[in-house]
Design a protein around this ligand. Sequence first.
Ligand code: HEM
Length: 176
Amino acid sequence: MPKRYHVTVIIAHWLIAILVMVALFMGSNVLTEMDNTDPEKINSLRGHMIAGIVIGVLSLYRIVMRFTASRPAHAETGNALLDKLGVIAHSVLNLLVVLMVASGIGLALQSGLPAVVFGGEGSLPASFDEFAPRAAHGLLSKALMGLIVLHIAGAFFHQFVLKDKLLSRMGIGKTN
Ligand code: HEM
């Protein structure tokens, strides 16, 4: 059983972490604050959509690697219930990221964004609110924010309270 994840999985993990934080911040603090008539909105949407698609591609890679490459056993805390919750939380976290990407793509396709944002044709709809995936995208983003806080708290609990060098599995520090 390896002590670290595959180096490409580690790189994908940290790239996803950064891009998801940026997409969440830009989505909730920049995009939602801009009116669709603002000439800068298309540029902001372009950046957000590219980040989202890259997150999707990297997530697919991680999913493939999850089933094909060997990886460290799931971390243990000494408490069976916490361990079970940890496994469930990781699955839900991955699922939320995939659903964010899927709802974002759904929203983009329904509102004709690819032609406007990447083809320079036509204009943005007055609002995205009339498209069903928009509500899902917004709600899922709040759930994702909550789970990311839990994820980081769990990692820090292992690293600094249990002192089990958990972060070394993701390339930070030496393994045991
Ligand atoms: C994990 C990936 C993604 C994250 C974390 C993310 C995050 C967000 C957030 C937080 C918002 C604002 C939600 C709200 O506060 O109601 C948002 C809006 C939006 N996102 Fe994403 N997104 C992702 C992927 C995508 C993708 C792949 C696309 C399209 C290809 C996309 C297109 C949009 C659009 C069109 C909006 C609406 C902007 C508006 O209402 O003005 N997103 N996103």
